[in-house]
Design a protein around this ligand. Structure first.
Ligand SMILES: Cc1ncc(C[n+]2csc(CCOP(=O)(O)OP(=O)(O)O)c2C)c(N)n1
Length: 371
């Protein structure tokens, strides 16, 4: 694996290393806790961290990311405290979604992370919506959506990429091609040579990169982000990697040929990057040991806080309060019911000028309206 540091300072390279190692060490601890029966379910991103971490480092902290079930590195690189993540995973009230979801099906507005939708595709269209909002507000931003190789076979993938291409939306579509969609290998998933071939079909640019090389991920995403903002266009990035554990911990890996694990173990994103940093004299073996010790201690102290919560007692009234918006003044004291959302379409349509279509022909006709 070849690392090209370009103009990154030593401090940045070490910062990348810390960001990369942190989710790996958290996950290693989670696997132990799982076997001790202290947590119930875990989707592992071990071996794929360079993608989550590299992408998150390369975009702005206030740009929305739509992650999936293996993207712990997105959450940690956005500096979500581990103790609160543990509370979330335990279904505690003190977590991010008041005990309503566990696992990675949650988001957080403050960190600009959208909760994953389990159906493996809808987050892609949401990224379109966010990018449309950036476009209409003339904000120089991109939205980012993750999908797996399996997710690319969903109808949602087609709809989201086609819409982004036709509406010229600045979206980064990141495919983590990790060889398997549950037990389905990629040769049973698609017939194109590379998933970036699909980009051509939508009339957008695409690139395939080594998803285990953090500097390649970072540099590519930084460049592509600028392209998307400047040209107001989407981009498809296929990151090659491998799923080093089972689909989820309970399901095993019997269907994966052992040679593949041996091959990809040699391409481990952390070991390779660590070797590069030591070889380049950026860090020493002693520095590595010190960082690992620091993280080990931090994980223990954060877990102690994270596990120290009481079980949730459901309160129906409070649950309903989070379902409906607060009633307006005119409704006070009256019956609470859903109100239609009225948006002035003409303002949207005239601002976006999609392909020079008239308002009546515009694909945005009807956004928020009733026709
Ligand atoms: C519509 C739908 N079908 C099936 C599932 C069950 N499921 C969850 S993750 C997954 C595998 C997805 O594979 P891929 O997109 O390659 O992502 P990976 O798990 O490899 O990261 C499946 C089949 C689901 N959540 N939604």
């Amino acid at each position: 694996m070849t690392f090209d540091r370009k103009d990154l300072s030593d401090e940045q390279l070490v910062d990348f290393y810390r960001n990369l190692l942190w989710p790996r060490m958290i996950e290693e601890k989670m696997l132990v806790l799982l076997r001790q029966g202290k947590i119930s379910k875990w989707f592992s991103g071990i071996g794929q961290e360079a993608i989550s971490v590299g992408v998150t480092l390369a975009v702005q902290p206030d740009e929305w990311i739509m992650p999936l079930h293996r993207n712990l590195g997105v959450f940690t690189t956005r500096n979500m405290p581990l103790n609160k993540l543990v509370m979330q995973w335990q279904g505690a009230r003190e977590g991010y979604s008041k005990g309503r979801e566990r696992s990675f099906h949650f988001g957080n507005r403050e960190h600009h992370i959208c909760g994953m939708i389990s159906h493996l595709g809808p987050q892609l269209a949401i990224a379109d919506g966010v990018a449309l909002a950036y476009k209409l507000r003339k904000e120089h931003k991109v939205s980012v959506a993750f999908t797996g190789d399996g997710g690319t076979s969903e109808g949602d993938f087609h709809e989201a990429l086609n819409t982004a291409a036709v509406w010229d939306l600045p979206v980064l579509f990141i495919i983590e091609n990790n060889g398997y969609g549950l037990s389905t290998p990629v040769n049973e998933q698609y017939r194109c040579i590379s998933l970036t071939d699909k980009a051509k079909g939508y009339g957008m640019e695409g690139v395939q990169i080594d998803g285990n090389n953090i500097l390649e991920v970072y540099d590519t995403i930084k460049g592509v982000r600028e392209y998307c903002i400047k040209n107001q266009k989407p981009y498809l990035i296929e990151c090659l990697t491998f799923r080093m554990r089972g689909h989820e911990e309970a399901s095993g890996t019997k269907y994966v040929p052992p040679d593949l694990f041996r091959l990809w173990e040699m391409k481990d994103p952390i070991k390779n990057y660590e070797r590069f940093l030591i070889g380049a004299g950026v860090i020493s073996e002693m520095d590595v040991a010190a960082i690992r010790n620091e993280f080990r201690d931090k994980i223990e102290s954060e877990l102690a806080i994270g596990f120290n919560t009481k079980p949730v007692v459901a309160d129906t009234e409070e649950e309903l309060e989070d379902v409906y918006a607060a009633p307006s003044n005119s409704q006070q004291g009256g019956e609470l019911r859903a109100q239609p959302l009225l948006i002035d379409n003409s303002a949207i349509n005239s601002e976006i000028h999609l392909s020079g279509l008239s308002d009546a022909e515009s694909p945005l006709r009807g956004v928020g309206g009733f026709d």
